[in-house]
Design a protein around this ligand. Structure first.
Ligand SMILES: CCCCCCCCCCCC(=O)O
Length: 263
């Protein structure tokens, strides 16, 4: 395996990826799988690398969002693989665009296979790219997925986090569920209580668990879970839906999702 990692690392450097650490523990097959997956998704003919950079730490790999330096472990909760990373910008008073957070989207490899192999296993990655039905099925099925937000804006209040969710998730709840979902939105936004602080570097994790349960963590602490397929769908739609926050990130995530079914 050392050879294959070294080869991959060499190829990565040649293609413009920055490798900052050497792998130490080489006995983890899931790690190897994640590494293979990461490098198999690198597209040599593109003008920019899929992700800003990759570093290999003790028993894990990390991808770094190039503009902000925010880093994302390539594997989350032991079974979820990183599919792509992006940047959420927001305009303030319609004047200035600020970088608010970098994000990474993850999916459970086994759930993907179990839920979608039968229907899509025969399709190539390019056939699945920009296939609207494929992405809808990803959102529809009981597949464990996580969106990890890493805050890069230094002056964020919990009130602005709540109102940003109100606006973005609220619009999706209305789009997919109609106007009668105010109580669901309120249950979700009230998880972000006044006492929480969100300095630069804070991590918010929105995880879709088995049974379409959305669980939220702030800096590793559980703040609450809500069982709602509509809520899970609406949150993921912000990143991989029709009008995503970062179009390039969505394309990468879609490509990775399709690649998961090829192995
Ligand atoms: C000053 C801008 C405040 C924006 C705060 C965004 C914090 C997280 C919100 C997540 C959902 C979204 O990106 O709309």
């Amino acid at each position: 395996m050392a050879g294959s990692v070294a080869a991959a690392v060499g190829v990565g450097i040649g293609m413009g990826l920055a490798i900052s650490h050497k792998i130490k523990n080489q006995k983890d097959p899931f790690l190897q799988n994640a590494l293979d997956f990461f490098f198999s998704n690198y597209r040599p003919n593109c003008s920019s690398p899929m992700w800003g950079s990759l570093s290999l730490a003790d028993n894990t790999t990390e991808a770094v969002e190039s503009k902000t330096g925010a880093s994302f472990p390539s594997v989350l909760s032991d079974t979820q693989q990183l599919l792509g990373i992006g940047l959420r910008k927001k305009s303030i008073l319609g004047l200035k665009n600020i970088d608010v957070y970098a994000f990474g989207v993850y999916a459970d490899y086994t759930d993907m296979k179990n839920s979608l192999s039968e229907k899509y296993g025969q399709f190539s990655v390019s056939e699945l790219k920009q296939n609207k039905e494929f992405l809808e099925d990803v959102l529809e099925k009981d597949i464990r997925m996580t969106v990890r937000l890493q805050i890069v804006y230094g002056r964020l209040s919990i009130r602005s986090v709540r109102s940003a969710f109100e606006e973005s998730v609220g619009s999706r709840l209305q789009k997919f569920g109609g106007p009668d979902n105010k109580e669901l939105l309120q249950r979700f936004t009230s998880l972000f209580k006044d006492e929480y602080k969100i300095p630069r570097g804070s991590v918010i994790e929105l995880s879709k668990e088995q049974g379409h349960v959305l669980c939220t963590k702030i800096d590793g602490n559980d703040v609450g879970c809500i069982q709602s397929k509509l809520l899970c769908w609406s949150i993921l739609d912000l990143y991989i839906g029709e009008d995503p926050f970062d179009v390039k990130a969505k394309e990468e995530i879609e490509l990775s999702l399709a690649s998961l079914l090829q192995n």
